[in-house]
Design a protein around this ligand. Structure first.
Ligand SMILES: Cc1ncc(C[n+]2csc(CCOP(=O)(O)OP(=O)(O)O)c2C)c(N)n1
Ligand SMILES: [Mg+2]
Length: 367
């Protein structure tokens, strides 16, 4: 408690009467404090980009990172347009998720969060990029690393934090905790490795059956990618031509096991065999967004019926900064230098800030 209070004390505003997160008396942390903390962290960035004002462009075109294809002729577009508002939104979402996860880690150490807790830091560009492409009718299902997903799918930061700390104001009334959060068209938050993938295929089947032109995105890890139930889901999705997008988040490790120790083939985008696939740089939010736009088009148009060409298997290459869960320091099976190098060279929001927002959309002039 003391440690977290110290960390936050320099930036928290005076505490109000309602919305207590946890703690008592003057040491209490309020929900509003958490929000305030996020907003203050973003303020310099917002000011800089807005301040670029009249002599800057409001829209620019960027190259996407090269994609690798499996059984596809045409790749997603090699360039994409991003407005300053889009860039700000993506940056803001990624910042909030990063800070939400840092706060979650601290609250866990303080025992304010109990049970399992898996953090998404390092992987933010995936959920932000995918969400940016989805329409309101599309659905998502993921595994247990779901705090950021719950947030981008419509849950408030307060709702996520309340869920994590077992409060009735939580997005699952405090009954689900870290691994079981839900929102409209967000089917969780699932703790059993791989089990969400056939469920996602079922959501895609419902979409097709009900005549909705909507996709279902099912996310799973590189560790889950070796499970038999995934191949059953691929098979059914292909047989029935379902609008299902299976997405492997390859963060390099399944618990403490690296991908090359666990998988006979680490080309996860090819593992659907007869299901076409795409490899994507998952640290680049716009490349992720563009690949999902392509996937929506692929799964909902063309094909024999004109209603879609069936499923896809995507692999997004990423990295997790924290250990597998809060009980894993994450340093016994990889070096600190490895983590540091990714932070310095590939970090998703540093890349967005440096390349897109500041240089191309205002800070240093137009595109
Ligand atoms: C069926 C099942 N087996 C084992 C576990 C224990 N377990 C939890 S996470 C995990 C590793 C999953 O790694 P990966 O799919 O790469 O996801 P990541 O944690 O890297 O996001 C395992 C084996 C589980 N939850 N469910
Ligand atoms: Mg993994």
């Amino acid at each position: 408690m003391k440690m977290l209070t110290n960390i936050l004390s320099s930036v928290l505003r005076p505490r109000g009467a309602a919305g207590q997160l946890w703690g008592q008396g003057s040491a209490a942390l309020m929900w509003t404090d958490f929000w305030e903390l996020s907003m203050r962290a973003l303020a310099p960035f917002m000011t800089a980009v807005r301040g670029a004002g009249g002599n800057s462009t409001t829209e620019a075109t960027f190259e996407t990172r090269p994609y690798k294809l499996h059984r596809l002729e045409e790749p997603p577009l090699p360039s994409t347009t991003c407005t300053r508002d889009d860039a700000l939104l993506y940056y803001r979402q990624m910042q909030i998720i990063r800070r939400l996860e840092s706060a979650s880690g601290n609250l866990y150490k303080e025992k304010a969060i109990r049970g399992f807790c898996h953090l998404y830091s390092g992987q933010e560009a995936i959920c932000v990029g995918i969400r940016a492409a989805l329409r309101s009718e599309d659905s998502v299902i993921t595994a247990y690393r779901d705090h950021g997903w719950a947030y981008v799918m419509g849950c408030s930061v307060v709702g996520v934090m309340a869920e994590l700390t077992g409060r009735s104001q939580g997005v699952a009334r405090g009954k689900g905790g870290s691994m079981h959060m839900y929102a409209k068209n967000f089917f969780g938050g699932n703790g059993i490795v791989g089990a969400q993938v056939p469920v996602g295929a079922g959501v895609a089947l419902a979409n097709k059956y009900l005549g909705r032109k909507a996709i279902c995105v099912s996310l799973y890890g590189d560790g889950a990618a070796n499970q038999g139930q995934l191949f059953e889901a691929y098979n059914m999705a292909k047989l029935m031509n379902l609008p299902a997008v299976f997405i492997c988040e390859n963060n390099g490790y399944g618990m403490g096991t690296s991908v090359d120790r666990a998988s006979a083939s680490i080309n996860y985008y090819t593992r659907g065999d007869y299901v076409p696939g795409i490899w994507i740089d998952g640290m680049d939010v716009l490349s992720v967004r563009e690949a999902l736009r392509y996937s929506i088009d692929y799964c909902t148009t063309g094909g024999p019926s004109g209603n879609g060409r069936g499923p896809l298997v995507l692999e997004v290459a990423t990295y997790r900064y924290h250990g597998h869960s809060m009980s894993d320091p994450g340093t016994s099976y990889r070096t600190r230098d490895e983590i540091q190098e990714v932070r310095q060279t590939r970090d998703p929001y540093n890349a967005l800030q440096g390349t897109y927002c500041w240089r191309r959309l205002g800070h240093c002039g137009g595109a």
